[in-house]
Design a protein around this ligand. Sequence first.
Ligand SMILES: [Zn+2]
Length: 377
Amino acid sequence: MQFSKPSSARTINRLRVLNVLAKEGELSRADIARVLQLNKPSTSEIVEQLLQEGLIEEKGKIKTSNGRRPIVLSLKTSAQLVLGVELGSKTTCFTLSDLGGNTLRFERIPTTQNPDAKEFGQLIIKSCMKMKRLTKAPIVGIAIATNAHISDDGLSIVSHDHWDWKDVPLAEAVAQYTQTPTTLVHSVQAMVEAERWFAKEESNSFLYINWGEHINSAWVQGNTITAIHSRFGHLPIRETGLCRCGGIGCLETVASGWALSEKHQGKSVKDLAQSDDKKIVESLEEASEAMAMALIAASAVTGCEKIVLGGGIANLPDVYFDTLKQFYRQHAHHSLCDIPIVRSELKERSTILGSVAVALDRWVFQNRLLQTMQELS
Ligand SMILES: [Zn+2]
């Protein structure tokens, strides 16, 4: 895109109007012009275009202090839909969402262990097609989140973190069958997007930890999310214990969902969390301290301002979270021991909402592009 061209300026301002309505809710034409510092004719032109596209609607008149009654505009959330998909270790979820991020339909299928790429890909396509048939409004894009190294164009899984998948053009296949643009995204990157979009996280630099069946992290600085090659779950913190990666004493051997289940007869983390069995309590405390140790190392390297914990194990009862915070505060460098450590309020929905956030941004709002342009200008 050549930004200096008038047509590009119009495209950008169209996106800015869409984003401001998504953020603020209802605004009059004059409000939009004022907030975005646009002149009134341009604002009107863009508003007319968006009304014609059916993406926004007029919502009647509001009373203002000076007695004028301008018409307010708002996003027409039902105009277009996106589909978010989460390929998790145990389940694969599909969420159909409107432009306001509201879930309209949710489906879940089990993920088999180390699924066959072709077979499982066909199952995913089938579920996406089903979602498409069930709605009248157009699905403008699909985003699929999974723990994998994704190709630069977002169309293929180069290698999966936990399955033997190599060069699987999953998004390309889904796009072809559904006739809908599709992209892949790393799960932890999706979780960060969910934090920004749904939990309104506004910190400029924070460390996000996905603490679940496996453990990974994202380091967020402004618009940049570094996640794909990080191996947070494999920080060595013990001298013994074989990890699934082949290494010895990784964080995952003490604190991951898979390790905790293995230690306690295959019980789920949810069951473990409710138990008062001494051995189970001890291993959850050990897991919390191990996580704190790894966080101390990570904050020392990044100098982050905040730590956000997401994923299933982040939702352990408060007593374990307190153990973690206490251990962190006691052992972290004094300049870093007071940074906030919080748990994501999105809980187990982080990844699936993240895929929705990625789809909404990629195919509708392009807020990330706008922000990047703002940083460059
Ligand atoms: Zn490991």
